[in-house]
Design a protein around this ligand. Structure first.
Ligand SMILES: Cc1cc2nc3c(=O)[nH]c(=O)nc-3n(C[C@H](O)[C@H](O)[C@H](O)COP(=O)(O)OP(=O)(O)OC[C@H]3O[C@@H](n4cnc5c(N)ncnc54)[C@H](O)[C@@H]3O)c2cc1C
Length: 440
């Protein structure tokens, strides 16, 4: 596999808190040749939801995961099931897709959250949900002025009424910290991503999906009207194939993907449960999932049992030295933002890969020039909801059906290539430096 980071970025993460909260599904390794209607590559939210929906429609499905079930970002994330998935600002969406196309994108963000809520309910998945929508925290007075303006657009874009919280009222809302006000949009909730993933995996298995782990696809070959996937100990021949590898993709699987996605690290720490007194001391008692207005944003939330999760954008390299630097940075940022918790033990710390696109919007659809091959990726760090929704879209598309949920033009545009090919991650250094300046 041709990948653009050091091998450590693609290695197992022993420190993920979520992994200890579930019994990991036990999928066998593929050790024979198979024939199926649809093969799915990648066992995260995108692949699992696609496979589940297909099996529910009576389609034969085989899912192949290179590592352990949920190895990628799907069981490493912050569990924000929220709006998002694109980095394109409103003006750009409008210019590229028109007023209706932009509106269709916002409807999709909202529908994606509903997709997850319905999956949790339909499959009786208890994923420790909490938070009434999402809360955006202003890191400067100027950012608060922007939030006041944003509050006026929320009803039009999402059809809900947001709540503005001025600086003086933050403590009363349990949002104590270096913030200049907040905007809560009542869409979305937080969840334990490993419990959601395990619930999806159980539902997919029960619906008839053949799930395989430790089975990397190493080649994709077109053979007449079918596609043959090679893995170390077996092949899968399928009428249709779904590529659901997101930030863990390879530039040669298939070669079309080369430079069309940009993995970026994100890192998280988790504390032990905070006592009520510790929460009061900081003034943060809220159960809201929250993030700040910085471009290089911080995201955080208090779990139902009082643990505190705090995340940042990760490093540019995945060497042990770079990882140590990120571990120090995330603690430093956490202590700066929540000084009352300096002495609180951090029990877990981990990283994973999210996926950016040159178009700034995710992709879901047929891969150009590859009959029978479909792809879904590029959620810009917001794939709990959007990855799940993309899986549902792909399940319909591979069957030649019109998707039930919104499928906006923004997701249909084939991904463009980043400049610099396999060296494209060097684009991140100047982008991060510029963002850090803007964030002051
Ligand atoms: C630290 C962190 C925090 C995040 N926080 C949030 C958050 O709070 N909210 C949110 O919405 N999003 C968040 N995200 C992003 C979100 O987790 C992802 O967008 C989402 O999980 C993507 O799901 P996926 O199924 O497309 O990809 P993944 O879950 O990454 O799965 C891809 C899978 O493909 C497999 N694979 C790759 N190549 C092959 C191959 N050749 N053969 C077989 N299998 C292969 C990989 O092993 C991997 O398991 C976060 C991500 C990280 C890393």
């Amino acid at each position: 596999m041709k990948r653009i980071y050091e091998p450590a970025a693609y290695a197992a993460e022993p420190g993920v808190y979520w992994h200890g909260t579930v019994t990991s599904p036990d999928w066998p390794r593929l050790s024979h040749d198979l024939r199926t209607d649809v093969a799915v590559i990648g066992g995260g939210f995108t692949g699992l939801v696609a496979a589940l929906r297909l099996a529910q429609d009576g389609v034969g499905v085989v899912l192949l995961e290179a590592e352990t079930p949920g190895f990628g970002a799907s069981t490493r994330n912050g569990g924000f099931c929220c709006l998002g998935g694109s980095k394109a600002p409103h003006g750009l969406l409008r210019r590229r897709f028109g007023e209706d196309g932009a509106a269709a994108w916002y409807a999709t963000e909202k529908a994606a959250v509903a997709t997850v809520a319905a999956l949790l309910q339909d499959h009786r998945i208890d994923a420790d949900t909490h938070s009434e929508g999402e809360t955006l925290l202003a890191h400067t007075p100027r950012a608060m002025a922007a939030l006041r303006a944003e509050a006026r657009t929320v009803p039009e874009l999402y059809g809900v009424d947001p709540t503005l919280i001025e600086a003086g009222d933050m403590r009363a809302h349990g949002l104590g910290g270096p913030f200049h006000g907040a905007l809560t949009t009542p869409i979305g909730f937080a969840l334990n991503p490993a419990k959601y993933h395990a619930g999806l995996a159980a539902a997919a298995g029960a619906a008839g999906v053949a799930l395989y782990a430790h089975t990397p696809v190493t080649r994709i070959d077109r053979q007449g009207a079918t596609t043959r996937l090679c893995t170390p100990d077996g092949t899968v021949t399928a009428d249709r194939v779904i590529l659901a590898t997101n930030g863990y993709s390879s530039d040669d699987l298939p070669p079309w993907l080369r430079a069309r996605y940009l993995p970026v690290q994100s890192s998280v720490l988790m504390t032990r449960p905070l006592t009520a007194a510790e929460q009061e001391a900081q003034g943060w008692t809220s159960a809201q999932m929250a993030y700040d207005t910085r471009t290089l944003l911080h995201y955080f939330r208090k779990l139902p049992d009082g643990r505190f999760l705090f995340g940042i954008r990760g490093g540019l390299t995945a060497t042990p030295r770079a990882q140590s630097a990120i571990n120090r940075k995330i603690r430093a940022d956490f202590h700066t933002m929540f000084p009352a918790w300096r002495e609180v033990e951090v029990t877990h710390q981990w990283s994973g890969l999210v996926c950016l696109m040159a178009n700034l919007t995710p992709f879901a659809g047929p891969v150009p020039g590859h009959p029978g091959l479909f792809g879904g990726l590029g959620y810009h760090g917001n794939g709990v909801a959007m990855g799940s929704h993309t899986g549902a879209l792909l399940a319909a598309l591979v069957q030649g059906k019109t998707p039930d949920g919104p499928y906006p033009p923004a997701m249909q545009a084939p991904p463009a290539r980043f400049p610099l090919g396999r060296f494209r991650r060097s684009l991140l250094a100047p982008a991060y430096a510029a963002a850090a300046l803007l964030d002051r």
